[in-house]
Design a protein around this ligand. Structure first.
Ligand SMILES: Nc1ncnc2c1ncn2[C@@H]1O[C@H](COP(=O)(O)OP(=O)(O)OP(=O)(O)O)[C@@H](O)[C@H]1O
Ligand SMILES: [Mg+2]
Length: 585
């Protein structure tokens, strides 16, 4: 006799549940998605003990009649698709017809539902796959599904559940994703009798973000959108200053479905390139709308991944939309002076404001009361600036000083800015170098006295493998004896860098990173290094005209608020903040 048996239907469901229902949060997600598909206007989620004891979701959606209610918990039963063609054009969140069957096979369920136009409702109970008869009951229209004692007959699965707090963290995350994608709906989340969220219907996205996250995030978002090639993009992008150490605050929605997609993550990373340090992740809320037949959602049991038919288009549209907006935005960091009553902090804050007041007093002619403070009517000296006009444009050079030979302080229309001279110059050099490299326009000059250096076998190999890159940079190297090279020509723009040291470090960089990076990223690394070497250093005294030149250049480049490593170049102090500190308001 053969050993193969056909598994019974409850076993099949339990196995499916293994894929779909990982923990209480998966149940919450599936039930909330069903409520949304049912056209609910209000969804209430009640949890006890992190979802181990109870998960209950109530909605005011279309409801189910007695027949549908008994079918809903059977495997492969759905009202959302019928034919193969429907499968290629899925506009609902669910379609697999297995979520309720999976949940019902691993917990105790009570479901109550009433159709909008019926006078009464129906109730059904299921204990780990075993259904009771349907009984009529009186209830509001809509559906309530209560899931108790998840995995109670599966001790091995139950053992994997974490503390109530951890499970609640996962539940909140799924609730947040669904609430973000559906600002037109009202939601509540209650845990152990305590209300965690009460979100009203028809909120703006930014208000919803403020409620679900923090006012800091809400205050640091940049809005952008595009609508091209049948792809609509809307995004609220976090400014670099609120970046994170992981990508958990990157929320991507495709036609209302939260997804994770490596092409999109890459596009986001690229969009923020050079505005963030490499180990930081931006906060992004990204909403994509496109025809449902342009991607396949039937590739993952929890539907968190999709397959785009034209992933390159999605990538380039997102990258273009986000990056364009970022580069056009003033990303200077606003200084927040402490408003605390902590005496030590207050003293520090007082010192800063005193120093600034002193600075303005020295650099402003004594005039009216307002003007005595040097705030409002700075002498305007017309200056021709480049195409990009930063909102904090420095209108005059008379109110500029250098402090500690490292920072430049300059007055602006609505306050003042402090610039890190090295970081800003590094950004300027980076932009200039990359523009010239890309247009093949980087001048180099012959060294009066060529400098030679010894090199190892692998360094010689590196030079050979990167001849094109050396040429692009206008660095000419020729053999000088059997084991040495000499630097004959060097880029004019890098005059501040010492040629020999630069070339040796460049070879080291290429040896170390040449094999792991693609050509574009490698060139970027080299540009970064060159910009850093060529830039004015901290501790270097600058003349007024050098500072003026830096400030003028700053206004002609994009992304001047960050150095190429993503650190801020400029901190902005607003007049209103100063006035607050001086208790003038
Ligand atoms: N809250 C609800 N209100 C009205 N009908 C519901 C509700 N929840 C489930 N249903 C009905 O029960 C059916 C089965 O739900 P289930 O979640 O198992 O499958 P699905 O949503 O169709 O697909 P998926 O498995 O991908 O979620 C649904 O297709 C829907 O008709
Ligand atoms: Mg479903």
């Amino acid at each position: 006799m053969g050993s193969i048996v056909i598994l019974d239907h409850n076993m099949i469901n339990m196995i499916a549940a293994g894929e779909v229902i990982e923990r209480p949060a998966s149940v919450v997600k599936e039930l909330m998605e069903n409520s949304i598909d049912a056209g609910a206007g209000k969804i209430a989620v009640t949890i006890e003990d992190g979802g181990r004891k109870l998960i209950s979701v109530t909605d005011d959606g279309c409801g189910m009649d007695a027949e549908d209610l008994s079918y809903a918990f059977e495997p492969h039963t759905t009202s959302k698709i019928k034919t193969e063609r429907d499968l290629q054009n899925i506009s609902t969140l669910g379609f697999r017809g297995e979520a309720l069957a999976s949940i019902a096979s691993v917990a105790q369920i009570k479901a109550i539902s009433r159709r909008r136009n019926s006078t009464g409702g129906n109730c059904i109970e299921i204990d780990c796959g075993t259904q009771t008869n349907i009984t009529p009951c009186s209830t509001d229209y809509g559906t309530t599904i209560q899931v108790r004692d998840l995995f109670y007959k599966l001790p091995a699965r139950r053992k994997f559940l974490r503390t109530a707090n951890t499970e609640m963290g996962h539940i909140t995350e799924h609730f947040t994703r669904i609430a973000l994608a559906n600002c037109h709906l009202a939601f509540t989340l209650i845990h152990n009798g305590k209300e965690i969220y009460r979100l009203l219907a028809n909120e703006t996205l930014s208000n919803r973000i403020a409620e679900l996250f923090s006012s800091e995030i809400f205050e640091n978002l940049i809005e952008t959108e595009s609508d091209e090639k049948a792809l609509q993009i809307f995004a609220l992008m976090g400014k670099p200053r609120i970046s994170r150490t992981n990508n958990k605050l990157q929320y991507v929605f495709l036609n209302g479905r939260f997804i994770r997609d490596k092409f999109i993550s890459h596009a986001i990373r690229e969009a923020y390139r050079t505005t963030l340090e490499s180990n930081r992740y931006p906060v992004v809320f990204l909403f994509i709308k496109m025809p449902c037949d342009q991607y396949d959602v039937n590739v993952h049991p929890t539907k968190i991944e999709v397959r785009f038919y034209n992933a390159n288009l999605v990538h380039s549209q997102i990258l273009g939309c986000l990056r364009e907006k970022l580069l056009a935005t003033d990303l200077h960091v606003d200084a927040k002076l402490p408003s605390t009553t902590d005496p030590a902090q207050a003293e520090r804050s007082q010192k800063i404001t005193d120093a600034m007041a002193e600075f303005f007093k020295k650099h402003r002619p004594m005039q009216t009361h307002q003007q005595q403070l040097g705030f409002r009517s700075a002498p305007r000296q017309s200056r021709s600036v480049g195409a990009v006009s930063a909102p904090t444009m420095v209108k005059t050079a008379t109110n500029v000083i250098q402090i500690h030979d490292s920072f430049i302080v300059a007055q602006t229309d609505d306050g003042f800015i402090i610039i890190d001279q090295h970081a800003l110059h590094e950004r300027i050099m980076y932009e200039d170098l990359s523009r010239r490299i890309h247009s093949g326009n980087l001048e180099s000059q012959r060294l009066l006295i060529p400098e030679s250096f010894e090199l190892t076998e692998s360094q010689a190999e590196t030079i050979k493998n990167n001849t094109e890159l050396f040429e692009k940079f206008g660095i000419e190297l020729i053999p000088f004896g059997p084991k040495a090279m000499s630097v004959q020509a060097f880029p004019t723009l890098l005059v501040k860098a010492e040629p020999l040291g630069f070339v040796q470090d460049l070879i080291d960089l290429l040896t170390e990173k040449g094999s792991s990076l693609d050509a574009k990223s490698l060139l970027d690394e080299v540009l970064n290094m060159a910009a850093c070497r060529a830039a004015i250093k901290a501790g270097q005294k600058l003349s007024i005209s050098e500072m003026e030149k830096l400030l003028a250049d700053r206004e002609t480049i994009e992304a001047s608020g960050r150095c190429p490593h993503g650190r801020p170049t400029t901190i902005k102090f607003s007049l209103s903040e100063l006035e607050k500190q001086f208790k003038r308001t």
